[in-house]
Design a protein around this ligand. Structure first.
Ligand SMILES: [Zn+2]
Length: 124
């Protein structure tokens, strides 16, 4: 299950951006070639976010299809898995253009601090 490692890095980035503010929801875009199972990712998110500013935040996952560019005929094909063949000429000589990315599209944080920031002092 590689979702845990991926989700942990998402939570890390979210907490960094939140800078102490409470996170209400996070939207991530996941390329279909990442082979991430959304339900598993939500489960991991809850675990990884426990005790952080993202604790209890909602995770929205947007799955994006990938695409490949054929070196033979120059056509682009949509990709939903890693078995890559050109839809036009059947060539396997294709380059994966997208579908392997995972990024945080947006996140919703509270503008006012619910708790004093220095209530918890974490030495860095
Ligand atoms: Zn082709």
């Amino acid at each position: 299950m590689h979702e845990m490692a991926i989700t942990q890095s998402v939570v890390d980035a979210v907490c960094e951006h939140a800078a102490g503010r409470t996170v209400h929801s996070v939207t991530v875009e996941v390329g279909m070639l990442c082979a991430v199972v959304p339900d598993a990712m939500r489960f991991c998110f809850d675990l990884a976010a426990e005790g952080t500013v993202a604790d209890g935040a909602r995770l929205d996952i947007v799955e994006l299809p990938g695409s490949a560019h054929c070196r033979g005929c120059g056509a682009d094909s949509p990709l939903t898995d890693l078995i890559v063949l050109c839809r036009h000429c059947g060539s396997a000589d294709v380059a994966v253009v997208s579908g392997l990315d995972l990024r945080i599209r947006s996140m919703e944080v509270s503008t006012a601090c619910a708790q004093p920031v220095d209530a918890e002092t974490t030495p860095r």
